[in-house]
Design a protein around this ligand. Structure first.
Ligand code: CMP
Length: 138
């Protein structure tokens, strides 16, 4: 079925000037952009977004990194969106990401890994609503 996922281009990729190249790959893969903005998280808001990881060793560092510059959050629509998008971005660790995936092409490290993709339909809805009002999710 046609459904939605949530993504954000992370500070390393935005500051490197890779926003346009990444959006081009996303559109060429058949995803339709439902909502898009450029914004910056405070460390506190990054902490809320990544609250599921708060017991992990990398949590503080992740919040500092994710609030270090501009990000580009988006809601995307496609048949089988969540699963197909995770295939398009590749593994969390760019060393393990398949050739041609967005993280293989653009990620700098396991932390500064260029892009986020929701891991379930439920989280896609929660994460999309973290950045976009209901009216923006037309
Ligand atoms: P993402 O899967 O989008 O959401 C969790 C993020 O935590 C992940 O991307 C990376 O940016 C970061 N992350 C995951 N594992 C590690 C790790 N071992 N060290 C540092 N950062 C990590």
């Amino acid at each position: 079925a046609t459904n939605r996922t949530f993504t954000m281009i992370k500070p390393d990729a935005v500051s490197a000037g890779n926003t346009g190249a990444i959006i081009k790959l996303i559109e060429e893969a058949g995803f339709k952009i439902v909502a898009l903005k450029k914004t910056q998280l405070s460390p506190e808001r990054a902490g809320q977004f990544y609250a599921v990881h708060k017991e992990r060793s990398f949590y503080q560092e992740l919040c500092t990194y994710m609030s270090s510059g501009f990000i580009v959050p988006m809601i995307l629509e496609k048949n089988n969106a969540v699963e197909d998008f995770r295939k398009l971005i590749g593994a969390t660790d760019p060393k393990k990401a398949e050739p041609g995936t967005i993280r293989n092409l653009f990620a700098k490290s396991i932390e500064a890994n260029a892009i986020h993709g929701s891991d379930s339909d439920e989280n896609a809805a929660i994460e999309g609503s973290f950045f976009f009002s209901q009216l923006e999710q037309f």
